[in-house]
Design a protein around this ligand. Sequence first.
Ligand SMILES: Cc1cc2nc3c(=O)[nH]c(=O)nc-3n(C[C@H](O)[C@H](O)[C@H](O)COP(=O)(O)OP(=O)(O)OC[C@H]3O[C@@H](n4cnc5c(N)ncnc54)[C@H](O)[C@@H]3O)c2cc1C
Length: 315
Amino acid sequence: MTGLREVIIIGGGLAGLSAALYLGRSRRDTLLIHSGRSMAKWEVNVQNYLGFPDGIDGTDLLTRGHAQVARFHVEIIEDEVRTLTKDDDTFHLQCQQADYYAKRVLIATGLTHLPPDIPGVKDCLGKSLFFCKDCDAYRVQGKRIVIIGRNNEAADYALAMLLFSPSVMIATNGQVPTWDSDHTGWLKEYQITIRQDRICMVEHDEGHLRDLTFEQGDPMKLDVAFTTRGDVYHNDLAEDVGASIDTEGEIIVDASLKTSVAGLYAAGCVTAANCQMIIAAGQGAIAGQAINRDLFDESLGRHALPRLGQPVHQM
Ligand SMILES: Cc1cc2nc3c(=O)[nH]c(=O)nc-3n(C[C@H](O)[C@H](O)[C@H](O)COP(=O)(O)OP(=O)(O)OC[C@H]3O[C@@H](n4cnc5c(N)ncnc54)[C@H](O)[C@@H]3O)c2cc1C
């Protein structure tokens, strides 16, 4: 088949780029297709990615990753993959602009954190409204923090934040709390203020939170908010091709990041990995190595081991 690639990676975030780096340096014929919407772009000061003591802008990290990957002859295309199907051993990717075929596919499409549906929130994303305490708690020490949520996770966030601030509250935004009796006890024990009124809007100065206003009662003064509303996993391509997905929406993978479909791999936040940049990059590396090994084993089995000097597309 003309145009059959050894590997196609869907996604140009930390997981996809890291896999591409490993596959390019393994001399695999690799195409990376991405739609330009990595979540890493939301963070202008990444402080927990090893090797950048002064922090790094997420967009800068991606730009460096693209340049590094391109150096090892990985082709990178900006396009949106619409459908993914498999016929015998060949994957077919239908994109907005063209169709592509591959022997192996890695899905590294990530997820989207859902912000609360409150006027003003969007302006504050990544500046004073955060999703992840492991990424952002350290940088908000001593600030007035509100957790917007009503479940066990929201209660855990509030309790964990006491290590970072003496001023931690929960706003359930008009919802009845669903946390269990253990969490009820802990919230009481540590005297966490809980406000159940519906939030009207978020008031801020250029994305820096100032007040939450409610349908009833006084506004709440605050500096930062965390939210635990949930995530949308970009798993539709995995679903197209019949890969197993858990009840949360995460693509199910084994330790080599293989899915339930032969030849299909998944890495990064679209799996059950804790959604952090360095973890996504690590998973990409594992997937890249596993795919390379898989192709190696297959060519040994076919007595068709690729050799130096042979055009890559004949491998
Ligand atoms: C506000 C905010 C702040 C954050 N701060 C930090 C932080 O400080 N430290 C940290 O470790 N993490 C942070 N994160 C999380 C971090 O962004 C993710 O862990 C990381 O980006 C995950 O990498 P990934 O490769 O799995 O997914 P992503 O980086 O999201 O990449 C997904 C890729 O898939 C592509 N894609 C999706 N669907 C398709 C399709 N159909 N066709 C083609 N391409 C497709 C996208 O365009 C993108 O290129 C933050 C996230 C947010 C929202």
